[in-house]
Design a binder for this molecule. Sequence first.
Ligand SMILES: NC(=O)C1=CN([C@@H]2O[C@H](COP(=O)(O)OP(=O)(O)OC[C@H]3O[C@@H](n4cnc5c(N)ncnc54)[C@H](O)[C@@H]3O)[C@@H](O)[C@H]2O)[C@H](O)CC1
Ligand SMILES: [K+]
Length: 536
Amino acid sequence: MAGTPNHFQLIQQFAVTAAQMQAIETRIFDAGMPVAALMEKVALNITRRLLSILHSEHTSTPIKLIGVLVGPGHNGGDALVVARELYYRGYGVLLYSPFSQHKPLTADHLRYAASLGIQTVEAIAQLAHCDLIIDGMFGFGLERPIQGDIAQIVETVNSWHQPVFSIDIPSGIHTDTGLVLGKAIKATKTFCLGLWKLAFLQEQALPWLGTSELIDFDIPLTDIHAVLGVSPPLQRLTPQWAISHLPIPLPQNTHKYKQGHLLIIAGSRRYTGAALLSGLGARASGVGMLSIAVPESIKPLLSFQLPEALIIGCPETELGAIASIADHINLDSYDAIACGPGLTPENVSLIQTVLNSHRPLVLDADGLNLLAQLDPVTTLSNRQAATILTPHRGEFKRLFPQLNDKSHSSMEGSRAAARLTGAVVILKGARTCIATPQSVIINPESSPALARGGSGDVLTGLLGGLLATQSRQSQPPELSAQVAVWWHSLAGIVAAGDRTELGVDAFTLTKYLNLKQLLTHFPQFTPNSNVPIYNN
Ligand SMILES: NC(=O)C1=CN([C@@H]2O[C@H](COP(=O)(O)OP(=O)(O)OC[C@H]3O[C@@H](n4cnc5c(N)ncnc54)[C@H](O)[C@@H]3O)[C@@H](O)[C@H]2O)[C@H](O)CC1
Ligand SMILES: [K+]
């Protein structure tokens, strides 16, 4: 039934550490599920998916011979069950396990495979001619860096050209941090088992993961909640969640002011396009009223491009930046303000005026660079209304030099910044984090197409528009942040699919914000449905 999430959809919002996965697994075993039965179930699910890929995808070489790397633990056990099933289906299978000791269940599967006549080879070189490699060396049990002979094996496999499918996680990637421990297998595809591991949400792991997908094996929600809590402080942003919080359909009896009034403060003679792109982003949000404050000299251009918006010309500096907000503007009369794109970092007093307002505020680009010249922590902590910051890494470093510990992941950094300031912090990147003082939500989908000038300006406008509309409806600011980030990234992904990643300039991106077109990718989810996402 549309709108009723199934188990696979429900578990998409969770992300776990190795310790949490072990705790969940322990509960399942303690409740009576035999370890071997669970391994069998998981591995059969992997096999089913693998076979459907092998049957459906056109690979340059037809897959006939499959090499399987078998580790000492249960990741190796999973791989052996998959190997056995592939052998039954008629594939050629070669096993290689460079370990003298295996956990008992893994050793049993290895012995049984041998009894069936599945060949075990003695050197990694003997897998060189396989059409596909399955990596079952280490999963979440990796506990120290890969070194010595095993490191050599990993390097050898990485030097080959055939596809490599990793089970659970590429061997050598740390489950929690996504960092390479010594050496790591570079996977073409990774089948993450049961629940997404944190590594899949960390940018540093992306070059090793390949494409990734979750293999569900029906972990009971009660066990997940028991370990993670009912509303976990760290979550993945899912299409279901974002779509269910889109502000459509509009109430029949609404009027333009009920749909929110956004003021964008952006642009300079030098960066005219930034104001325009923010305006186009805001247009796509469906906000009821849009006003844009720009330097007087660029007002005609904006008026021409955005006829529905009220363009306010402001006094400007010699260099063509906004010198001050026009006298007749009362900042507190808007439902939200989005400030920053293309301002130039010239005028700190402007940002101080904006921060003194009592309205929800999005700060981006030069708005952040100007804020960095003040004391961001004290300034933001003193604000009465909500603030949403949208820094990329560089801006984040300028704003919060005290959080520049390289060992900090984006999720830790954004959460620390949100705690220091009370603001919602959107730390943009390949895995954008949206942090409040209480929680972090990470967008697991993006496209490198969005790493392009102007793309952030579009997000600022879109977010500002949603914030104006949704704060009118007493929705929390982080909700607008989550919906905007998801919407913007989906537009980038769909645009890149149509036009290649090079074809997604920021202006084109604004065309792809069309929700009607984007929602065709998710016919199973209903906007504004307020799905009680944590109810089983
Ligand atoms: N999530 C689940 O509920 C299920 C997971 N399954 C699979 O099991 C693995 C985790 O298995 P585990 O035995 O705990 O760990 P590993 O297989 O990852 O490896 C542990 C093994 O390796 C040794 N070791 C660790 N680091 C190194 C190193 N750098 N060099 C050499 N040896 C190392 C360690 O001492 C252990 O012996 C999970 O990922 C899933 O694939 C179940 O099959 C189903 C349920
Ligand atoms: K693995």
